[in-house]
Design a protein. Structure first.
Length: 138
C-alpha cells in the first residue's frame, strides 16, 4: 500500500506491477488524464497545485480506508502536481484483490474520495488565452 503526490510524469505500468501478485485474481488500473475540452472550451494544458503536506496525509487516509474496507493492501496511488499537457496522466490508481468486484469498488472509492477531499487545485489553460481555477467534481 502506497500513495504519493509527485512532480514527475506518472508511470501507470509500474504502479500496476507494484500491486501484482499471485494471491490476486484481479487488478484494476485507473488513469486520469488531461482532456482537450472541458465544458465546451478547448484546453491547452493545466497546472495542479497542492498543499503537499496535507495532501499526502489525506491521500494516505483515503488509501487506508479503501484497503480496510475491501481487505487488500494492494493499492498504489500517485497524483501529479505541476504543469501538465493534454494527454498527460494526472492520477493513477492501481488496485489488486482476489476478486474483481472488490478491486473495482476500491478503485472507484479512491477516485471519488480523492475528488471530494484532496487539497489539490486545478487551473486550466484555454486556447483563447484564459486561465481559470476549476472545481473538482465528485
Amino acid at each position: 500500500m502506497r500513495s504519493a503526490i509527485v512532480e514527475r510524469p506518472l508511470d501507470a505500468p509500474r504502479l500496476l506491477d507494484e500491486v501484482a501478485g499471485t494471491r490476486n485474481g484481479a487488478a484494476v488500473l485507473f488513469v486520469g488524464t488531461v482532456r482537450e475540452v472541458n465544458d465546451g472550451a478547448t484546453v491547452t494544458g493545466l497546472d495542479y497545485s497542492a498543499y503537499s503536506d496535507m495532501a499526502e496525509i489525506e491521500l494516505a487516509a483515503i488509501v487506508t480506508e479503501a484497503a480496510e474496507r475491501w481487505e487488500t493492501a494492494d493499492i498504489v496511488v500517485e497524483h501529479r502536481v505541476g504543469s501538465l499537457a493534454i494527454g498527460d496522466a494526472s492520477v493513477v490508481i492501481a488496485v489488486a484483490h482476489p476478486h474483481r468486484d472488490a478491486a473495482y469498488l476500491a478503485s472507484r472509492y479512491v477516485i471519488e474520495e480523492l475528488k471530494k477531499r484532496l487539497p489539490v487545485w486545478k487551473q486550466e489553460h484555454y486556447a483563447d488565452g484564459r486561465r481559470e481555477w476549476v472545481a473538482n467534481h465528485a
